[in-house]
Design a protein. Structure first.
Length: 136
């Protein structure tokens, strides 16, 4: 039960962190009014997006995998949950870059940065002591 809870909480936290990073990116670099049904227009918007906006998006993938992976580990202390969270962040990032045309470096970051964030979460995580509160 703790494994499932850790996976659910970790994935939810990771996706919230990624969504938060994309919300900050949209607040700092607002999108023009556009027709979302026109894929050529969307491709042009992604292509003309400034570099700091793209960096905010990829940092969300890194931080999402780190935060969600750490929370999943904290809840159940199983590495399998950590890599499940990382897999969910990779899947979300790949869905993003395959739906809209992104630069090649962002496609690479969609896979590499969540793995790095997960490895960092595994490195930072420490096992709770017996009787210690999970999130205390």
């Amino acid at each position: 039960m703790r494994t499932v809870s850790g996976l659910l909480f970790g994935v939810a936290a990771a996706l919230l962190i990624v969504a938060g990073a994309e919300w900050i990116e949209t607040a700092l670099y607002p999108l023009p009014t556009l027709d979302v049904a026109d894929s050529a227009t969307l491709a042009g918007v992604v292509t003309n997006m400034p570099l700091p906006a793209k960096l905010l998006i990829v940092s969300g993938w890194l931080l999402g995998a780190f935060g969600g992976g750490w929370l999943g580990l904290r809840v159940c202390d199983r590495r399998m949950v950590l890599w499940g969270v990382v897999g969910a962040v990779i899947a979300a990032g790949l869905a993003n870059v395959l739906t809209l045309p992104h630069p090649v470096w962002m496609m690479v970051c969609a896979v590499v940065l969540p793995v790095f964030g997960g490895a960092l979460a595994a490195r930072v995580h420490r096992k709770p002591y017996p009787g210690e509160a999970l999130l205390g």
